[in-house]
Design a binder for this molecule. Sequence first.
Ligand code: TYM
Length: 326
Amino acid sequence: MKRVLSGVQPTGDIHIGNYVGAMMHFVELQQDHECYFCIVDLHALTVPQDPEELRNKTYELAGIYLAIGLDPEKSTIFVQSQVSAHAELAWLLSCMAYFGELSRMTQFKDKSKGKENVSVGLFTYPVLMAADILLYQADYVPVGNDQKQHLELTRDLAERFNNRFGETFVLPEPLIADVGARIMSLTDPTKKMSKSDADENGRINLLDSPDVVKKKIMRAITDSESVIRYDPENKPGVSNLLSLYSVMSGLSIPDLEKKYEGCGYGILKKDLVDVVNEKLKAIQDMYYGFSRGELEMILRKGREKAEAVAEKTLHDVKSKMGLVMF
Ligand code: TYM
């Protein structure tokens, strides 16, 4: 069976962009793949976090993983920091990664722009992500469009290691959906929807109430043309709503354009509110049913399963690199 690994940071609010860009696909993939889904708390530490909040968000994300339909009997769900092989392999790989290639990472450039004290962790973040993936010999990595460059680096590092020390790592392939891999902000559709955006109205959180969802969608920025057409360049706002609608409903974008021919934006938005709220209700009904004890039990089991696989790869890597093994 082919292996899948992906991760989500337990920071900010998990939003509908995270869901349609990545997490929704986790649920489909678990049916016929060996899946590992990680809560990447070490990645969260690359920017300052409130300790209590980070812990709470970690449990929250575990609950969301289960609520969207991840089944712990089928998927291994675990917390990154609980499997120490991630941090260890990240160090070993960082000794093979080049300063130049990390300097070219656009996410690092965006996140560090204009900041005075940027952590070294933010700079080496993609190496830790490569470690997450390569430890499990993942064939596929379902992610949103913004992670594409990190996946390319992961493949480069894996190839470099294999060339130098012999076949060790599987070269992972990104799985990036055609529709929904880059959901934009509702208030500024030229910017991607983001967990950390100070403007709350730009994103729909998976745990938002129906009223809040309605308010955010009805206020979403569109344009003055009033024609429902998919044209991301000239009509980014409407195109974003159509993408969301399409992935949430399963209807294709051309079908939606036909359905709403001659209609105003208000009708499209109203229907989208219903589609989104129906989906979120199912997720929220599940989410509020888990106790912290249940979540811990699942994460503990996940850690054991993940550790067994990760340790095997780490042992092989250390031995090939010439570290003493006894
Ligand atoms: P993170 O936590 O920022 O986002 C989680 C997933 O959501 C996707 N995503 C989006 N998709 C569509 N539209 C958007 N607006 C949008 N915003 C976010 C992201 O692409 C991601 O798939 N570096 C990763 C976490 C990570 C990881 C890994 C992923 C760490 N190790 C190993 C895969 C494999 C991140 O920060 O995702």
